[in-house]
Write a protein that binds this ligand. Structure first.
Ligand code: HSE
Length: 435
């Protein structure tokens, strides 16, 4: 019987999900692959024994035992973070092992180094689980949409942030309270800053842009804003405007340059992305040939993510069996055709905006603020002031027509410098219905 031997580094949540999947699906996989996919080795510094069903798997504390075992075909890295994950992947590649990882943070920073090392050593890199958990988003983009020029990528790529915003919207619960709930449910990152400040979403957008455009997009290329300053009152105002607030990853392809941004966005209620709720993810592509494609599913969790890692293992296993390594290039474009991206500067962006300005309720304040917007050629669509007591800070909420980002940044800097403004202005970009 033919066998594909897998070595796993990291038996945490996703590692256990992979092990369980390979174990539970072994007969099905045999019927589909024509070989046994065997979890031969596990390396994890934190555990002394594997669950009973993995009695045939060798456990060690040293990842080096996996690279140097000549029987291992595929090394799966599921420890996350930068180091030692980067070194482990590079070492495995140097030893001629195919590698699979779910490590989006690593790939969005050191992806170029890892992909180039894999090409140099003629091995494959699977990374389906790095974006959208169990949703086969990378395979869809690399293979299903191969005959398209990708015009745009737009998505909800962080389950924790979406869960928080959904709870705030449906139950009016404050941000901090829902974050704690998300952590208890186990899908928040170890450091929830990555989830709520948009960093995890930016990791994923960098990976998708790299594949979509054939350019090495780095985390630093992505303008990133999070949701930690969103208050229930912003959600209420969004509702008044017929919108819901979502943390969106957005990239548009302008040919010579591409947009790359992650920020909270007011999405019209009629838009599909406004209706993706709870911990679910959804990624929307527009291709010039196919038109619009929406992929939806669980973006995190032991079994959904384990399913995506198992899919990579099987893909590579099938290639090994038919002797065709890198039949599909890791990034879809041939390595020699991958360039460096030109990112559209944020200041060139134009869209409609929502501002929540916190100011003292004194005569002349509103006219000063609207005067600043006028000076910067920003046209106001509506103004709402929620009054409390005279001379106490109030929220002045402004909805603008389409305005230029650079002008907006200058206007907000001037407004926030006014003596009467007591807190930094909250700015949320508004998506139009046709986007
Ligand atoms: N913390 C991530 C999320 C997990 O909440 O979506 C998967 O990247």
């Amino acid at each position: 019987m033919k066998q594909i031997h897998v070595g796993l580094i990291g038996f945490g949540t996703v590692g256990s999900g992979l092990a369980q999947t390979l174990h539970e699906q072994k007969d099905r996989l045999l019927r589909k692959v024509g070989a046994q996919v065997v979890l031969s080795r596990v390396a994890d510094i934190n555990i002394d024994a594997l669950p009973e069903q993995f009695s045939g798997t060798i456990l060690s504390k040293d990842a080096g035992d996996i690279f140097t075992d000549p029987e291992i075909d595929i090394v799966v890295e599921l420890i996350g973070g930068m180091e030692p994950a980067r070194t482990f992947l590079l070492e495995a590649i140097k030893h001629g092992k195919h590698v699979v990882t779910a490590n989006k943070a690593l790939l969005s920073i050191h992806g170029k180094e890892i992909f180039q090392a894999a090409v140099a050593n003629n091995v494959e890199v699977g990374f389906e689980a790095s974006v959208g958990g169990g949703i086969p988003v990378i395979k869809s983009l690399k293979e299903g949409l191969v005959a398209n020029r990708i015009e745009s990528i737009m998505g909800i790529m962080n389950g924790t942030a979406n869960y928080i915003l959904t709870k705030m919207t449906d139950h009016g619960v404050p941000f901090a309270e829902v974050l704690q709930d998300a952590q208890e449910q186990g899908f928040a990152e170890a450091d929830p800053t990555y989830d709520v400040e948009g960093i995890d979403t930016a990791h994923k957008l960098a990976i998708l842009m790299t594949i979509a455009y054939g350019k090495y997009v780095h985390l630093n290329d992505i303008h990133t804003e999070g949701i930690s300053n969103i208050k229930p009152i912003d959600i209420d105002f969004a509702r008044e405007f017929g919108c819901r607030i979502k943390l969106l990853a957005i990239s548009r392809n302008h040919g010579s340059h591409v947009e790359a941004r992650v920020h909270p966005t007011m999405v019209p209620e009629s838009h599909m992305l406004a209706n993706i709720n709870g911990a679910y993810n959804a990624i929307h592509f527009t291709g010039d040939t196919v038109g619009n494609v929406l992929l939806y599913g669980l973006g995190a969790g032991m079994m959904p993510t384990g399913s995506a890692v198992a899919a990579d293992v099987v893909d590579i296993g099938r290639n090994i069996l038919c002797g065709s390594v890198n039949r599909v290039p890791a990034l879809s474009y041939l390595p020699e055709n991958i360039g460096i991206p030109k990112i559209t500067p944020m200041k060139e962006l134009s869209c409609a905006y929502y501002f929540r300005i916190t100011a003292l309720d004194k005569p002349g304040v509103l006219s000063t603020i609207s005067g600043i917007f006028g000076t910067h050629n920003i046209s106001i669509k509506s103004v709402i002031q929620k009054s409390r007591h005279e001379y106490e800070p109030v929220y002045i909420v402004i909805h603008t027509h389409v305005a230029n980002e650079e002008a907006v940044q200058q206007a907000i800097a001037e407004i926030d410098a006014l003596d009467v403004c007591t807190e930094a202005t909250v700015k949320i970009r508004i998506l139009t219905t046709d986007e």
